[in-house]
Design a binder for this molecule. Structure first.
Ligand code: URA
Length: 185
């Protein structure tokens, strides 16, 4: 992974300057790869995906599927924090990854998948699902909790845990999907 990460960092610097690259985390021998959208402020600070609040959600996830963080490789579609300045406070706030960020990081995500060669990819939210499948017409609401096979990959789409916190009505479905995931592992 070192050569891959080094190249990604060097190329990223040419386009995005000093914005910190938050690399994938975990053993490349992991059989399960978890893919989120993009790092937030805490991930940028610590240089690791899914830490802080998102890390707490991940712990809950791992408990239900009966896995340890060491059992999985965790990454994001976009590896730098997408942010804009809040009109109210003037401070950086998260936004969705933009076209330039996606054009740069999505091909790298597919390279990363080929290096890790996971038996199963768990996507969190629409972004990860769309850019792993390379199909933006697929909607998480229609296929969460069901195994998808494409180009030799096995993909299990889940709602993004952050969206579950935002929309509490998705909670029971999300938990049900996690139990289904545990069954197929
Ligand atoms: N933190 C991450 O690393 N990725 C997400 O998608 C959300 C929080």
């Amino acid at each position: 992974m070192n050569d891959f990460n080094k190249r990604m960092e060097e190329e990223s610097r040419k386009i995005f300057g000093e914005r910190k690259v938050v690399f994938g985390d975990g053993s490349i021998n992991a059989q399960i790869m978890l893919i989120g959208e993009a790092p937030g402020s805490e991930e940028e600070k610590q240089g690791r995906p899914f830490v802080g609040k998102a890390g707490k959600n991940l712990d809950e996830f791992l408990k239900i599927v009966e896995l340890d963080r060491e059992d999985i490789y965790i990454s994001n579609v976009c590896k730098i924090r997408p942010f804009k300045l809040s009109k109210k406070t003037g401070k950086p706030i998260n936004r969705a990854p933009n076209r330039d960020e996606l054009d740069f990081f999505v091909p790298l995500l597919h390279e990363e998948i080929k290096i890790v060669k996971p038996k199963l990819i768990v996507t969190l939210g629409n972004f990860a699902l769309n850019y792993v499948l390379m199909d933006r017409s697929v909607k998480i609401g229609e296929c969460h909790g069901r195994l998808i096979k494409k180009d030799g990959m096995k993909i299990f789409p889940l709602y993004h845990p952050a969206s579950v916190i935002y929309d509490r009505s998705k909670g029971p479905v999300y938990i049900e999907d996690l139990h289904r995931l545990r069954e197929i592992l």
